[in-house]
Design a protein around this ligand. Structure first.
Ligand SMILES: Nc1ncnc2c1ncn2[C@@H]1O[C@H](COP(=O)(O)OP(=O)(O)OP(=O)(O)O)[C@@H](O)[C@H]1O
Ligand SMILES: [Mg+2]
Length: 273
C-alpha cells in the first residue's frame, strides 16, 4: 500500500482555500485548461500492472480464459446501447453499502470497455477515503485526483498507463477526510467536464463510495451522466436498494450490476413510475 497520509488540518485548509478562491471560475478554467495537455505516453506515467496479482484480486477481465468475461461483455453491450447515442459517457459506479463489489466492477468494466474496438477508457478512483483501484491492480498509486484539486498537479501527471491497450487510470494519493466537500468543489466539476469532452469515443468510469454510507456519491451524481448500482447477490437488502434508488436521479440511472451472482450476471433496469 502506498497511500500518503496527509494531516487532516492541511487538507482542510487547502479545501477552505479552494472554496474561497474558486469564485472566478472562468479564469480558473482557463488556467487549468492550459495545465491539462492530452494524456500521451511521453508525459503520463507508464507502469505495467502486476497481472497475476490483479487476477488474484478478482480483476478477472485480464484473464482471457475467465468465464466471467462473457458476463462483463453482456453488461458492456447493454451499457453501450443505453449510452452511446446520447454520449452519456461519464459513468459512476456505486452500491448501497460497503464491500458489495464497486471497485472490482469498475475495474473489470473499464478493462472490458477498453477491449471494445473503438472505445478508449479512463478509470478514475473517486473513493477518496480509501483508494483501492491501484492496490487491486498492484500499482504504486502515489498521486490521485485529489492532487489536481488540492495541489494543482496537472492531470497528465496523474494519469497512469497500466500496459492495457486503450486504458488509462487515476488512482492514489492522500486519504481525504472531507471528500464530499472536495467532490463539490468547482475544480472537480471543471476537470470532469474536461474528461467528458476531450476525446470522442471515450468512456470514463468513476469508482465512488457507497451511496447510503457517506455523502460522496450523492455529491458526485450531478457530475456524471450515468449511474450503475452494484448489488451483491444474496446480500444487499431490498429496502436499502429502494433507499439508494431514491437518491439517484432517475434519468441517470442505468441499472443494477448483480455481482457474485452464480447463475447470471447482467444489468437490469427497473421501470420507473
Ligand atoms: N464477483 C466477485 N467474486 C468474488 N469476490 C469478489 C467479487 N466482487 C468482489 N469481490 C471481493 O469482495 C471484496 C470487496 O470488493 P470491492 O472492494 O470491489 O467492494 P467495494 O464495494 O468497492 O468495497 P468498498 O465499499 O470498501 O469500496 C474484495 O475482497 C473483492 O475481491
Ligand atoms: Mg471500493
Amino acid at each position: 500500500m502506498n497511500l500518503q497520509k496527509a494531516s487532516d488540518k492541511t487538507d482542510r485548509n487547502k479545501l477552505d482555500d479552494l472554496q474561497t478562491t474558486n469564485t472566478n471560475t472562468k479564469s480558473e478554467s482557463e488556467t487549468n485548461s492550459l495545465e491539462w495537455v492530452s494524456p500521451v505516453y511521453s508525459s503520463s506515467v507508464n507502469i505495467n500492472i502486476n497481472k497475476a496479482k490483479a487476477i488474484e484480486n478478482r480483476c478477472v477481465s485480464l484473464n482471457n480464459n475467465a468465464p466471467e468475461i462473457d458476463f462483463y461483455k453482456i453488461i458492456r453491450t447493454q451499457i453501450l446501447q443505453k449510452t452511446n447515442t446520447n454520449k452519456r459517457n461519464l459513468i459512476m459506479v456505486t452500491s448501497t453499502n460497503p464491500g458489495e463489489g464497486k471497485t472490482i466492477t469498475a475495474i473489470n468494466l473499464a478493462i472490458t470497455f477498453a477491449k471494445e474496438f473503438k472505445n478508449t477508457v479512463l478509470l478514475v478512483d473517486c473513493d477518496l477515503k480509501q483508494q483501492k483501484i491501484h492496490q487491486y491492480l498492484g500499482l504504486p498509486g502515489e498521486k490521485g485526483i485529489s492532487d489536481y484539486i488540492l495541489n494543482n498537479i496537472p492531470v497528465d501527471k496523474l494519469i497512469i498507463w497500466p500496459g492495457i491497450e486503450k486504458l488509462s487510470l487515476i488512482s492514489g494519493g492522500s486519504i481525504i477526510k472531507d471528500s464530499a466537500e472536495l467532490i463539490n468543489s468547482p475544480k472537480m466539476k471543471f476537470i470532469i467536464n474536461e474528461m467528458k469532452n476531450r476525446y470522442d469515443n471515450r468512456y470514463i468510469f468513476f469508482d465512488v463510495p457507497p451511496i447510503l454510507k457517506v455523502a460522496d456519491a450523492v455529491a458526485f451524481a450531478p457530475l456524471v451522466d450515468s449511474i450503475l448500482l452494484v448489488v451483491q447477490a444474496g446480500k444487499t437488502d431490498i429496502n436499502d436498494i429502494k433507499k439508494a434508488i431514491d437518491l439517484i436521479p432517475k434519468e441517470k440511472f442505468l441499472g443494477f450490476v448483480f455481482n457474485r451472482n452464480r447463475l447470471d450476471n447482467k444489468i437490469y433496469r427497473p421501470s420507473h413510475k
